[in-house]
Design a protein around this ligand. Structure first.
Ligand code: WTA
Length: 632
């Protein structure tokens, strides 16, 4: 793999990049020297933190006395929202657009920083009126509309802890999360638009609250205008609550380590984990990684096309872009609604400069063909990004070719809900390899180890680990510190277990293979389902593929593939045989799927991850369990 083609960044990108400016300022010659020097965490993270405004400076950058319960910037007084909004009121950013919002039906709103600041203040005062105080948990169950960040920022401003629950979740999932967080307030909307239909959010919220007595208040934003019942004494309309509220509100001075939010994510067991993030370190990490990786400049129009309900939205639609004073696009609906060129249309109209999306979305666009992006002028784009799963080289090249005009660099950012910010990712100065997230970012130390914790050899698949704490790391699992230690820190003491299968090549580039729980053992050989998928989607007739392991009496596991073909390709047995042989040729016989099924659609979460678990349960004749995060 080390011999793979390198995609060198163009000279002007390198010369004008924020990371180059930082290196020049500190007399650092190249990427290797930067990575080396940034291992001094006091220096590196201290430098980043100084670019934000602190009410009181920190005493210590890192306190590791109670590892793995690390603390950052201890003694500091800080509020992330002061850095997202208040401090910009003293500069030109005040009149800049924070969000260009487009609704699914097509209305466009432009929110300046000043306007966002005022709306946040009003809503913060409204929350206070309801009795919400520092440390209280507030759950959000909202569409992708500007009021979603407004509600998050208002909570954080007064020191309340938000727990955003993705709006595609079922009532049962929402109830579990309300109860686990012991939330006193739920913020929702009457309905949300999705593919031209209204999703009845308040209806689901009612069913959840009926079984979550902790929840005393429900604030309802009128979005879709659908009929909703309002429970006297509990439910209140957003517009009534903010009526007459002052648009001034001082940020609560928080300790660096005070909780900012919790966000549920799934683990290996059925019970979701409430990942805990704090004000100080999370702000420093997200702010600096966005500034360096996507190289934000004052006139950029940046678009992270994720959902705010997931960590990508928290860090890179809400907090980091605002701290950087960026202009972001916020789009309410489905990317292929009403036509598969919705994104390209918006990019052309707004002259977007940066697009950050997922491999799944890219493969979907591939399936629709090149004609859709070709219809629009995408020449304003200057950087592309990818997140959420390994990007197969085929999709990577398609993205660069058809969206990036054959020349844009792709920032393939590896990170997790738990890590808070990008961890392993290119910078604008990094030469790329198609399909690799490249190397750890400055201040991050990562490696690949074997099953018994020894460093893996170059080219050998192993377990990804992080060898040093970092400021935006999760602090614990809400209400379950033992599970935090158990899940992340117990397998190899002193090392954080990513849960990903990874290979590091002889250039030190990381190649992510998928979750460890999606790794098969075929006749004693490790095989990432993602590797087989990558091979399948490299075939000219294949749009998407999901691979699971099914038990085999002799070989342990064997791969079984579910394949979506490109539009117009005929589903024949001959093609199945060809695909099996193709995979055999690409990876080796061991990887050949034992069986292949053609499907018109694969089950996916709305954040775009294929739910292999469902396919597996189906294949094994088991109960499919909770399917409430399914897109369709
Ligand atoms: C996977 C999303 C390969 C990985 C930010 C990780 C990736 C999990 C990448 C976290 C990438 C995320 N390349 N794999 N660039 N980014 N992953 O918590 O398996 O929703 O452990 O955070 O997604 O998913 P999460």
């Amino acid at each position: 793999m080390a011999q793979e083609e390198l995609f060198h960044p163009p000279k002007d990108l390198v010369e004008n990049s924020n990371i180059k400016a930082f290196m020049d300022k500190h007399g650092i010659a190249d990427l290797d020297a930067l990575l080396e020097k940034a291992q001094d965490h006091d220096w590196y993270w201290g430098e980043q933190a100084r670019e934000l405004e602190w009410f009181k400076p920190w005493d210590k950058v890192l306190d590791d006395s109670k590892a793995p319960f690390f603390k950052w910037f201890t003694g500091g007084k800080f509020n992330i929202v002061h850095n997202c909004l208040d401090r910009h009121m003293k500069t030109d950013v005040k009149d800049k657009i924070a969000y260009i919002y487009e609704s699914e039906p097509g209305e466009v709103e432009r929110w300046t920083y000043e306007q966002l600041h005022k709306e946040v203040n009003k809503f913060a005062n409204a929350l206070k009126k309801l009795g919400v105080k520092k440390g209280d948990r507030v759950t959000l169950f909202m569409p992708m509309i500007p009021q979603n960040p407004v509600a998050m920022l208002a909570c954080a401003k007064i020191g309340a802890v938000h727990s955003v629950v993705f709006s595609g979740f079922s009532a049962g999932s929402l109830r579990d999360r309300l109860l686990d967080a012991d939330s006193k307030v739920l913020i929702t909307a009457d309905g949300a638009y999705r593919r031209g239909k209204v999703v009845p959010l308040k209806h689901n919220a009612d069913a959840a609250m009926a079984e979550a007595p902790c929840c005393k208040h429900c604030i309802v934003f009128k979005r879709a205008g659908n009929e909703v019942p309002m429970t006297e004494g509990r439910d209140v309309w957003w517009h009534d609550l903010v009526e007459g509220a002052s648009d001034e509100c001082e940020p609560e001075p928080m300790d660096s380590e005070d909780m900012l939010y919790m966000l549920y994510t799934s683990g290996t067991t059925g019970k979701p984990k409430g990942i805990v993030h704090v004000h100080g370190g999370y702000a420093v990490g997200t702010y600096s990684t966005l500034k360096f990786v996507f190289d934000l400049k004052p006139d950029d129009v940046y678009w992270c096309a994720a959902d705010i309900g997931w960590v990508t939205g928290h860090s890179y639609i809400v907090y980091a872009p605002l701290m950087n004073g960026a202009t972001s696009i916020l789009y309410e609906g489905a990317p292929n609604w009403p036509e598969p060129d919705r994104l390209w249309q918006i990019i052309a109209r707004e002259k977007a400069t940066i697009l950050y999306t997922s491999p799944t979305a890219i493969r979907m666009f591939m399936r629709f063909g090149e004609d859709y992006p070709k219809k629009h002028d995408l020449s304003s784009l200057r950087l592309l990004g990818s997140v959420g799963e390994p990007i197969n080289p085929e999709a990577w090249r398609w993205y660069r070719e058809n969206i990036g005009g054959g020349k844009l660099q792709i920032m393939d950012t590896w990170w997790q809900t738990e890590t808070g910010n990008f961890m392993i990712s290119p910078l604008p100065i990094t030469p790329l390899k198609a399909g690799s997230a490249t190397r750890p970012l400055p201040g991050i130390k990562a490696d690949v180890v074997t099953q018994d914790g020894q460093p893996a050899k170059p080219g050998e698949n192993g377990l990804g680990v992080l060898l040093k704490p970092w400021p935006a790391m999760l602090r614990t699992i809400y209400g379950d510190p033992d599970r935090y230690v158990q899940t992340y820190w117990s397998r190899f003491p002193g090392k954080y277990l990513m849960g990903d299968s990874v290979m590091k090549d002889s250039d030190g580039y990381f190649w992510f293979r998928g979750r460890v729980d999606e790794v098969l053992n075929v006749a004693g050989h490790r095989l990432g389902t993602a590797e087989v998928e990558s091979a399948l989607v490299a075939h000219r007739d294949v749009a998407e593929a999901a691979v699971i392991g099914v038990p085999h009496p002799v070989k342990g596991d064997v791969p079984k593939a579910y394949v979506t073909l490109k539009v117009g390709v005929e589903k024949t047995d001959a093609l199945k045989d060809e695909l099996k042989k193709w995979v055999g040729d690409q990876i080796g016989k061991i990887a050949q799927p034992d069986s292949i099924e053609f499907r018109d659609k694969l089950p996916k979460t709305r954040s775009g991850k294929i739910m292999r678990r469902l396919l597996k349960a189906e294949a094994l004749g088991q109960d499919v369990g909770d399917t409430s995060t399914l897109e369709e």
